[in-house]
Design a protein around this ligand. Structure first.
Ligand code: SF4
Length: 451
């Protein structure tokens, strides 16, 4: 790549910055915002607009070494069944506080491993959810499926409940890589799930890969890319592996010496981008790809892509309600996160209360910065005309941000009709640039690599 020196000068290969799936990032949520806010914010949710619902299942039968998700290993279903009872109580409590007319536009089950739930337990949970929240028009029900931990019966049951999008974790198919990250998953297991879903009409399929894993080479990663392209997914998310063993203890099992360096990570990311674009995928933001007919690609062409905790989405809901341990909710007033440890979450529900334990109340300037960060991450631009029209009292602040960006990154932007647009070569810098408008930015907090 011609501009590699410019990327290097701007710190691409050294910087550690947030992924900006929210602004502020969740590590800035505060203890003073919690249960008291939760009931008030739930009561003020607009009954006219659909909400998004996220349910977190923090259990896995195996703990893959690379994974930094909030989850715990279990060999028995007893804690899983017990946890689902707490989820059902939480759903009832939240339902009782929300305006009656609220409908559900999105439902996403994530984890951990949602597909660890047995059919009966999953049915009880979903019956509770759908009784509480009637489906809105154009309802989307998505589930993270572990191809090594799902039965045909469970998939059948999810389909009967309206499952219409599936996210499958792949990471890498090379045996040497799988061995080094403690996760084995065969091509056959993955293909079986895809074929099973397609045969039953579930055609919206996302596959997730990771670059930057131990022993990955350009050749081995290309082979993995070829395998997943042959599976014909609608979307692919290709994330950079974040080696943060001080935050995720199980990552100490991965030998840091086996990891590709930053420049190799960049090459792997570029390989994925070139391969997928050559195959007809559209690049969405920094790490997603979609076929042109996919809803995310359509949203991108209409300027509607948003950033949320799952990455990029076409979900336009103002309110996201997260259920379960560590789940995060987003309201127009700010963010709330449920107690993180499963036991602490269950204690809160047992006490008959809501489960939020910390959060963040957005100020007027946070609202603007949050939109600037989202504009940058989703569209590689700062549309100061639209922003100033939406936040007229903050017009001077928005102008000051534009001036600061043009001064600090004059080579990375050009002036466009509505504000600033990033030059193509500079797009890998977008998280670093977003970090420069982030008023919470602090070198004391350890983040993942910018690439
Ligand atoms: S990758 Fe999936 S199965 Fe593995 S530990 Fe993480 S959540 Fe569990």
């Amino acid at each position: 790549m011609e501009n590699i020196d410019q990327l290097r000068t701007h710190g691409l290969f050294d910087a550690k910055v947030p992924r900006y799936t929210s602004y502020p990032p969740a590590n800035h949520f505060e203890n003073g915002v919690g249960r008291e806010n939760q009931a008030n914010w739930l009561r003020t949710v607009s009954g006219d607009k659909g909400i998004s619902v996220y349910i977190h299942i923090p259990f896995c039968t195996r703990l893959c070494w690379f994974c930094a998700c909030r989850t715990q290993g279990t060999k028995t279903l007893q804690p899983v069944d017990a946890y689902v009872e707490f989820l059902r109580s939480e759903i009832r409590a939240v339902r009782a506080t929300l305006p009656k007319s609220v409908r559900m536009a999105r439902l996403h089950l994530g984890g951990g491993t949602p597909t660890i739930l047995p059919v009966k337990t999953m049915s009880m949970l979903l019956t509770e959810v759908f009784d509480a929240f009637p489906k809105d028009d154009d309802f989307e029900f998505s589930v993270e499926v572990d191809p090594t931990e799902v039965s045909d019966q469970l998939l059948e049951s999810l389909i009967n409940f309206g499952l219409n999008r599936v996210s499958l974790g792949v990471q890498d198919f090379a045996p040497v890589v799988q061995n080094a990250i403690g996760r084995s998953q065969s091509l056959e297991q993955t293909r079986h799930v895809i074929d099973f879903l397609r045969a039953r009409g579930v055609t919206a399929l996302n596959l997730d890969l990771l670059y930057g894993l131990p022993f990955q080479t350009m050749e081995s990663f290309k082979e993995t890319l070829d395998h997943v392209i042959a599976m014909e997914p609608d979307r692919l998310a290709i994330y950079g592996y974040a080696h943060v063993p001080w935050m995720s203890k199980r990552q100490v099992l991965i030998n840091a010496d086996d990891l590709p360096d930053s420049e190799m990570r960049f090459e792997l990311a570029m390989l994925a981008q070139e391969t997928l674009i050559n195959q007809g995928f559209e690049a969405i933001g920094i790490d997603h790809f979609a076929v042109p007919s996919d809803k995310l690609a359509i949203a991108q062409n209409e300027g509607r892509v948003r950033r949320n905790f799952q990455g990029y989405t076409d979900d336009q809901c103002e309110t996201l309600i997260g259920f379960g341990a560590s789940a995060i909710s987003r309201f127009k007033q700010g963010f709330l996160q449920n107690a993180v440890a499963t036991s602490a979450y269950q204690d809160r529900i047992t006490q008959g209360s809501m489960a939020a334990h910390k959060g963040y109340m957005l100020t007027a300037s946070d609202d603007v910065i949050s939109r600037v960060v989202e504009d940058l991450l989703c569209r590689f631009e700062l549309d100061s005309s639209s922003l100033s029209a939406e936040f007229p009292k903050q017009a001077e602040f928005i102008r000051a941000i534009s001036v600061m960006l043009m001064r600090q990154y004059s080579d990375a932007f050009h002036i466009s009709k509505n504000g600033l647009k990033m030059n193509d070569w500079a797009k890998p810098l977008v998280r670093i640039i977003a970090n420069s408008v982030d008023t919470f930015s602090s070198s004391e907090v350890a983040h993942s690599s910018a690439i």
